[in-house]
Design a protein around this ligand. Structure first.
Ligand code: ATP
Ligand code: MG
Length: 350
């Protein structure tokens, strides 16, 4: 039947053509999200979600690859990270928030993909390589205690992306090798079993990198050097007073020579929604302690509304559950559609 005869079919096609871009992004529930996530990825996520159909995955299965011995932490943080995302004010008609482990099709696809990746290729993945070194307390010196699950998490990431047939993946620089590996797997799959997958593209982050309050190169939930989005105004003041700085007089912006102070200047600019050049003149002659108080005030103003909303959402467990139920339904439906094509292509559709 020509499609113009069926109005519904026509509309369906039109919608498919118009909403071609499917964004997949997400967070590892290893801790509540912090202001580094906010300025580095969440603000961009909110803008992207206004333009495209967006899936946000709470990556509990991935979090377990280096937290298998702490399941309660992962479970608790699923709800923290969910509330952090919901407080952004996402339009849930257009955004699906779901828990990775609730979509068994991802695990199924991971198994099939694992045949298409060599162990040597996984060991060469620069991100995984660096992480194995950083996590030596878990995986031993030189990775002697490296697990199959952690080495293989890029395979499971390929399944996250391709199970939903998502094609635009916002990433930081460190995640580029993962997208590369996903494209390799999709290409190999298509060559062996037939065209099923579109190759996904990355959208490289333009967000700001925020260093830790302890001066570490990255504010990170594993390093306990963060201002969390759920922190109160008082906690923020306390943390900023203790933040590492240097003994140079006055405030200036020079990330190479004064990384800690420059990071605080950057945060001040972000929270007062001005450029670094614009804020510098008013800060230059300030004493560090006074500057920290000024920053705390500006940060507390900036996040006041977000925090209030987040607290309200986090307290409403029935609402959180409702969002997760809806997300599960939507992600399951899409993943199952993909798996039917995959099983058919692989001749296992008995
Ligand atoms: P974990 O310790 O579990 O690895 P993390 O705090 O390092 O947690 P991730 O979940 O690894 O956070 O980060 C996910 C994404 O969030 C990064 O790819 C990056 O885009 C953004 N992000 C995280 N930390 C920062 C930061 N300090 N500054 C800017 N962006 C950040
Ligand atoms: Mg990390």
């Amino acid at each position: 039947m020509p499609f113009f005869l069926s109005k519904n079919n026509f509309l369906e096609r039109l919608i498919t053509i118009m909403s071609e871009t499917i964004v997949l992004t997400g967070d590892r529930p290893t801790g509540p999200l912090h202001i580094g996530h906010y300025f580095g990825s969440l603000i961009n996520r909110r803008e992207l979600a206004k333009q495209h159909r967006t899936f946000i995955m709470l990556a509990d299965v991935q979090a377990l690859t280096d937290n298998w011995d702490n399941p309660q932490k992962v479970r608790d943080n699923v709800y923290e990270v969910l509330a952090d995302n919901l407080a952004l004010g996402l339009d849930l008609d257009n955004v699906t928030l779901y828990i990775q482990s609730q979509i068994p099709q991802i695990a199924e696809l991971t198994v099939f993909f694992s045949n298409l990746v060599t162990i040597n290729r996984l060991k060469r993945n620069p991100t995984v390589k660096a992480e194995i070194e950083q996590k030596s307390e878990k995986f031993g010196e030189d990775g002697v205690s490296l697990t199959y699950g952690f080495l293989g998490y890029p395979v499971s990431q390929a399944a996250d992306i391709l199970s939903l047939q998502s094609n635009l993946i916002p990433v930081g620089e460190d995640q580029l090798p993962m997208i590369e590996q996903t494209r390799e797997i999709a290409t190999k799959f298509n060559r062996i079993y037939g065209e099923v997958f579109e190759l996904p593209k990355e959208l490289l982050s333009t967000g700001s990198r925020i260093i830790g309050l302890d001066g570490n190169a990255k504010m990170s939930k594993s390093l306990n050097n963060c201002i969390y989005l759920r922190d109160s105004a008082e906690e923020t003041i306390k943390k900023l007073i203790k933040a590492k700085t240097d003994s140079i007089e006055g405030i200036s912006y020079n990330p190479e020579f004064r990384p800690e102070v420059s990071n605080l200047v950057k945060l001040y600019a972000l929270c007062s929604e001005q450029s670094i050049e614009a804020v510098l003149p008013e800060l230059e002659s300030m004493r560090t302690g006074d500057f920290k108080m000024k920053l705390a005030e500006s940060m507390n103003d900036y996040f006041a509304e977000f925090r209030a909303k987040r607290a309200e959402i986090f307290a409403d467990k029935a609402y959180l559950q409702e969002v997760l139920e809806k997300g599960k339904r939507e992600a399951l439906e899409r993943a199952e559609q993909t798996m039917q094509k995959v099983r058919q292509a692989m001749k296992i559709d008995y």
